[in-house]
Design a protein around this ligand. Structure first.
Ligand code: GLY
Length: 365
């Protein structure tokens, strides 16, 4: 590619592909530069769409997350129509059990649907919870998507829409004055009119923008075939330090550690032990289920745990990074707001809270 597309997105993860699809559907010519189609960032996720269970306090971030959750059903429906694939979107609700000696506090927002369930009610609501569960919050509007299926669907959508995918490593963003001039890859120099940086935890490798990896280890188990329907886990359990996410196909995802270990790969006994201890406390039946898989990924974290969205110091470079724990949730709103600003010059006031300039840089390059 050499100036053949108007917009080059650097990063082919959930965020980069969501934006590519949105831009293309609105008529833009767009290409995606991606180093790794296996996506270690999207892997550090269970696909919870959980602004309430994550206890995000009232803020522009909560507004952003709620808007994105509201877009989800129609967004995945459109992707499923384009590709004929399923994303596993499921309005399963999320239950946040509270164990003895844990705080019952939640962020109380009268306009949002949430219910405190006492001990008897929560054990009736979900069979098989641990004895230590003394109550919990029920968030019926939080949901989930199968993040791996979503990623496959987005990849298929780029194919259907004939979005150019360039498989290569971005080595350098070449800048001239206040504009980006091109992107140096291992093989060539790519040029476009406009660029988007969406490489999550690897952002600092290309620009001096403070995004760093926060590792998440995860595992999955499988519901045994002889498990009575009545006993099956019907909803996400969001505990302190551990969550349990049942999929409709019988897998159960257990996550996730949160570790500042740079890009150190691999699962560790301590990481997996802490997840299993937390999961078995919440839902003891799990200790008998066969283990399917262990894996890990790197969340793109920022110091204030908010994403970096919109304008950059270069007038033809847009930022879409730093989504930390909420990248899967924020994909549709990120795609919508950035497409609005890039194609229609419609700048949603919400974006101001996520501008890169909130960080002070010693140098901007
Ligand atoms: N979104 C949940 C996590 O990052 O672990």
């Amino acid at each position: 590619m050499n100036s053949s597309q108007d917009i080059l997105i650097i990063g082919g993860g959930i965020i980069g592909l969501s934006l590519a699809v949105e831009l293309k559907l609105r008529g833009a010519s767009v290409a995606v530069l991606t180093a790794d189609s296996k996506q270690p960032t999207a892997r550090a996720a269970a696909g919870m769409l959980a602004p309430q269970a994550e206890r995000i306090p009232p803020s522009p971030m909560l507004d952003l997350c709620l808007q994105s959750r509201a877009l989800y059903a129609a967004w995945v429906e459109r992707l499923e129509e384009i590709t004929g694939l399923k994303t596993g979107y499921w309005r399963s609700g999320i239950l946040a059990p509270v164990c003895q000696n844990e705080s019952q506090e939640q962020v109380h927002l009268s306009n949002l649907n949430s219910h405190w369930l006492d001990r008897d009610t929560i054990h009736q609501h979900q069979f098989g919870l641990g004895e230590e569960v003394i109550g919990g919050w029920w968030y019926p509007d939080d949901a989930q998507v199968d993040n791996r299926a979503l990623f496959r669907t987005l990849q298929a959508a780029t194919k259907e829409l004939q979005i150019e995918i360039i498989q290569d490593n971005a080595k350098e963003i070449i800048r001239q004055g206040n504009r980006v001039f091109g992107v140096e890859t291992t093989a060539e120099k790519l040029q476009a009119d406009r660029y988007v940086l969406a490489i999550g935890p690897w952002t600092e490798k290309l620009l001096n923008i403070p995004v760093f990896p926060r590792k998440g280890q995860m595992l999955s188990v499988c519901v045994p075939e002889d498990c009575a329907v009545m006993q099956a886990l019907q909803t996400v359990l969001f505990g302190t330090g551990t969550y349990i996410v049942p999929r409709q196909d019988g897998r159960i995802i257990i996550g996730a550690t949160s570790e500042n270990v740079d890009f150190t790969p691999g699962n560790t006994p301590a990481g997996i032990q802490s997840l299993l201890t937390g999961a078995i406390q919440l839902y003891p039946e799990l200790q008998h289920y066969p283990i399917l898989e262990f894996w890990w990924g790197f969340r793109p974290a920022t110091t204030d745990e908010l994403p970096i969205l919109g304008a950059s110091a270069w007038e033809n470079l847009t930022l879409a990074t730093g989504h930390y724990r909420n990248g899967i949730l924020l994909a549709p709103i990120t795609a919508k707001l950035l497409a609005d600003s890039m194609l229609d010059r419609k700048l949603d006031p919400l974006l101001a809270a996520f501008n890169y300039s909130r960080f002070t840089f010693s140098k901007l390059t």
